[in-house]
Design a protein around this ligand. Sequence first.
Ligand code: RIB
Ligand code: CA
Length: 317
Amino acid sequence: MTEPRKIIIDTDPGVDDAMAIFYALSSPELDVVGLTTIFGNATTETTTYNALALLELAGRSDIPVARGADRPLVAAYGGPVDFVHGADGQGNAGIAAPTTSAASESAAEFIVRTVMASPGEITLVPVGPLTNIALAMRLESRLTENVHEIVLMGGNGFCPGNVNPSAEANIWHDPEAADIVFGAACPITMAGLDVTHKVQMTNIDLARIAAMTNPRAAHLARILPFYVAFHAKYDALDGIYVHDSTAISYLLAPDAFTWDEYAVRVDCGQSFGRGKTIPGEGVNVNEEAWAGRTAVRILTGADSRRLVELELSRLAE
Ligand code: RIB
Ligand code: CA
């Protein structure tokens, strides 16, 4: 077996973040070398508490957690998304308080130190707003030439947003940071709503998690009901969209996906388009705004059942 792929998950746990973290921890193909936390689903204070608590619940307090930015690069933080993930970011089901603390260095410092210490080996997996990634790029200008790849959950290339018709939540929280990240000269794969809205777990799938006997699955079974109720009310969905875990699934089974590759810009304006990720496609692809940008792999399709079964098999371990 080849060496496990080293990843840093930048996360705003978050119910689906918790699923993705446990999914990654249960996958021997991956070596989670750290979590970095960001605002988004909840404040950075809450997401850091949750990240520490999730790792402790999984018996993995050996993995460092580095706290990230408390607000976006330019605008104000839009506030916790209580109605989606609960006021505690864990479906209002709570989680045992962590007995560990976050690292003394910031998320950006941790990302830079870890990537530069292992050139070409670290994959960044942001599944929240991209503020920490942008800050790390500003902190170390050589970061992008030393990172293996960025595989992010966020954006919407060819479909509506989920915050509003324009924007997906992770990008909406910090469009300026996202536009910096999408301009990076390194391999970037975008698991946006184009694909995550096609990867769904039904309530029958979720009942299988509730029937699992390990402590990680038991926690997910406690925090999922609130998230399921949100999807039923706002999306008339039987189950949930699998957002953050889809970034993990891409690392494990890239052949289960289809994609297009285009340079991407993010609307950083102050009008109704703010936060839209805009692929540079069509005859005007050489438009100045997209010129010179590395093409981003925009995931557009997936074998949903295969990915759901893969994740459930890992969560059961
Ligand atoms: O739009 C979905 C994304 O926003 C997911 O990462 C979810 O956790 C929230 O952060
Ligand atoms: Ca998230």
